[in-house]
Design a protein around this ligand. Sequence first.
Ligand code: GLP
Length: 259
Amino acid sequence: MEVVILPDADAVGAHAADLVTAAIRRSPGAVIGLATGSSPLPTYRRLIERCGAGAVSFASCHAVTLDEYVGLPPGHPESYRSVIRRELVDHIDLPSDHLHCPDPHADDVEAACVAYDDLLVELGVDLQILGIGGDGHLAFNEPGSSLGSRTRIKTLTEDTRVANARFFDHPDEVPRHVITQGLGTIRGAGHLVLVAAGESKAAPIAAAVEGPLTASCPASIIQLHRRATVVVDELAAARLARAGYYRETFRHKPAWQRP
Ligand code: GLP
């Protein structure tokens, strides 16, 4: 695992955008996994700028999302399909039929979860952007999720519902159920890029990067991945015991390994 510590959230976004851009330059038809939440927003702002400037094109790419609420009406502004369109997809040249999201409105939602998981395997996700929850959750895999889980319906913890209430008019509007890629599904991506910034992420980042591999911290599955990059700002890195080593490693990274 590579841990990159940068001064602030904007630098985190720029570095993650470099990694996405490099993946698309290597493979113009790359499949990019997108995450919702506030953590990836600086990355998306950079990608929109670069696409507008002609420095990167998503025209041949596919994009897949990690998770979705169950129970919101179609087109609800806080559904993750709407959010990812508003924050990124509507502002880049990704063809609209190249955006793939879990379907919470299917007649058979469980079958739709299996179909989505099969699609992810068929497409093959090249790079997956990830955020991390305050309790170490990854996508909507709450603590206790099976490390081998596949895309399925989950029940949100009260902590996550409270954390996400800021996006809704009333806390009761936050759905209780979601569809989420499983931890096993997420591990199938070729490159995991976990972004985090701010003091509230210091504990979950330390647990995910340096704590035990455990279902109690779903994000700790990044330790099992052959290619994981954790991009954090100074505040989110504050509880990493080996921060000095990560800084040295990054400082001396050979030029040919940089995006
Ligand atoms: C939600 C999303 C996660 C995200 C997390 C943290 O629960 N399902 O994918 O990582 O929120 O969000 P934020 O980046 O806003 O802190």
